[in-house]
Design a protein around this ligand. Sequence first.
Ligand SMILES: [Zn+2]
Length: 342
Amino acid sequence: MWQVIGQERAVSLLQHGLEAGKLAHAYLFTGPAHVGKMTLAKNLAQALNCEAAERPCLKCPGCLKIDAMRHPDVQVIGLLQKEDATEAKLIGIEQIEYMQHDANLPPFEGKHKVFIFDNADLLSLPAANRFLKTLEEPVPNVTFILLTVNDKQLPLTVISRCQRLELAPMSLAAETAALIEKKGLEPQRARLLAGLSHGCPEWALDAINDDSLLQRRDEDLNKLLGVLGADYEERFAYVAQLAAHFSQDRGAVYRVLDLWRDFWRDLMLQKLGCDDMIINIDHKAELVEMAPIASELEQIKGVIDSIQSCAEHLRQNANTRLALEVLMLDIPIKEGGLIKAV
Ligand SMILES: [Zn+2]
């Protein structure tokens, strides 16, 4: 029973290979964050080591150990935490050498060794070249699974020796149905989480287990709604806070910008009458109120473009505060029920 939600094509391909005894010795799973790459990799590692007739059973000692990542024959290779508490920026050659040594030893407890490369695009060039030797000479009972959001960052020589499986985001309807069926969520909640996760169900699963994800999103979205009615002085004070935060946690600021983009996209959908595609369904009242007073679609599109270009500038290391201030000038002010273009 494969745990990964969606990804029927990849699952059936792997299942078929497993039954026919014709799995590749190296796989490359590509797809956005939270789409299910690690879950699929763990399920494949379980299937390769499972003792049950229907693999992976998820219940035998081997499956349970792999689920908890405590199986000696299944390892995740990623960024190392260094002694000085900083993280390495790349997966280094010494990690590959250590792995190669390990790969040449027989399985310790299970039937099959599996090495999962988390963020395989972070392999340093020397590490990738070293790893290539292993990929060129497959070792029996050893499988490599490379996970990446962006395989363009990997050398072509590495990609060409792996079977590449692309894990695409799920449709809103399919993810909603899966969350209802597999996780027993109420339809409204399943629909909200499916929308917020952008088709990547692992985010929804995280949000089910960790209330702080939705709380943070509510706080950020409420600040956005506050910004709409705020004058420039208040907006710039908010920008100063956001910019100060950026140096410690860049991800948090990108998350806020994504949230804003989604909100304005929702407003456009509401205005077009496509409200079945809206992400922020729990803020429907605000969208319904704002849709008629947003003067034109062009205006909404302009705001979405400004948000995108602000994120782009931040990625290119522009002055954070300046980029956010420019965005604040581009976002219309909601005044007495009217949105006026700046
Ligand atoms: Zn099992």
